[in-house]
Design a protein around this ligand. Structure first.
Ligand SMILES: [Mg+2]
Length: 314
């Protein structure tokens, strides 16, 4: 498999995880496999909880906005990404994270809004920057570790003022970089951790350790540490894209985001052929802030290939 194929796996894999997990958000552990006991049986992309079958949520919607900004500008343009997020937030998305909404609707400039939120709330270590990071991770996968992790921190900081959210997103960027270049992201975790800011290294080393289990989490999995830890756990303890996603959703809680993060990693590792076709067929991404567009699988395939090739759409 080449980098472009793995990129398709990551981008589509994350969107599928998001859409598949959405109906189970805030539900109990085990809900997915009690409803769909037999892997591969079909019908899992069922909708529910206000979501149509195959409908992707804010995780993928924001990810697509990041992707389109990178491709249209041919570089990281932070004010432009922030402006796209603001247009998206103002166009009535079905779901939006609490921190993200507060930051985007403050009326402050792109380089001040998240920091102001963090100063007043001290609560900004949600998984809302991690959840949307797959396309940017693909775009920067041809760069070195330092470059992709720096880009991740900058994009995360648009909405999340807590450096813990930046570091979790940076780790994810590097895991995708390793996978897209044909490596095993789990084998290289210790190298990735060396590039994490020292203040945050111990806490990430704990949730990414081989013996960590989601039951050990000290926060709800809407926080960045257990969300990333759970995604890596789901990848480590299963043998296929489908089983990784099932394990992620079966954790309960913030199921769409944990599955979106898991799906980015598992899609990069196993590739697009491992994603069940009956999960990709109904997949669609309504895109508030884009003049009423809805993206379907062919759009996502093009987007992923363009990100992998850094093909500017100008
Ligand atoms: Mg969501």
């Amino acid at each position: 498999m080449n980098l472009a194929q793995r990129a398709v796996g990551a981008v589509v894999g994350s969107a599928v995880g998001d859409a598949l997990g959405a109906p189970f958000e805030f539900g109990p552990a085990g809900a997915f496999s009690s409803r769909f006991p037999l892997p591969g049986a079909g019908g899992e992309m069922s909708g529910g909880g206000g979501w149509d079958a195959g409908e992707a949520t804010d995780d993928t919607q924001m990810a697509v906005h990041v992707a389109e900004s990178l491709l249209e500008h041919g570089r990281l343009n932070l004010p432009d990404i922030f402006a796209r997020f603001q247009r998206w937030a103002a166009d009535d998305p079905k779901d939006i994270g609490l921190q993200t909404e507060d930051v985007l609707t403050r009326g402050l400039p792109w380089d001040q809004a998240a920091a102001a939120h963090y100063r007043s709330s001290h609560l900004a270590a949600g998984n809302g920057a991690l959840m949307r990071a797959t396309p940017s991770a693909v775009y920067f996968a041809r760069d070195d570790r330092q470059t992709t992790m720096a880009a991740a921190r900058h994009i995360a900081a648009l909405t999340h003022g807590d450096p813990a959210a930046w570091e979790g997103t940076a780790i994810f960027h590097d895991l995708i970089r390793v996978a897209l270049n044909g490596g095993d992201p789990l084998d290289q975790l210790s190298q990735t951790l060396t590039a994490v800011q020292p203040d945050h290294r111990r806490r990430y080393a704990a949730v990414l350790a081989a013996d960590w289990h989601p039951d050990h989490a000290t926060e709800f999995n809407g926080a960045v540490w257990p969300c990333l830890g759970s995604a890596v756990w789901a990848l480590r303890t299963t043998q296929s894209y489908e089983d990784a996603i099932r394990a992620a959703i079966d954790l309960g809680g913030d199921t769409d985001t944990v599955a979106a993060v898991t799906g980015g990693l598992a899609g990069a590792v196993y590739g697009p052929a491992a994603i069940p076709a009956n999960w990709t067929e109904p997949l669609h991404v309504p895109l508030p802030g884009s003049g009423g567009r809805t993206l379907r699988l062919p759009h996502l395939l093009n987007l992923a290939r363009d990100l992998a090739e850094r093909q500017s759409t100008d």
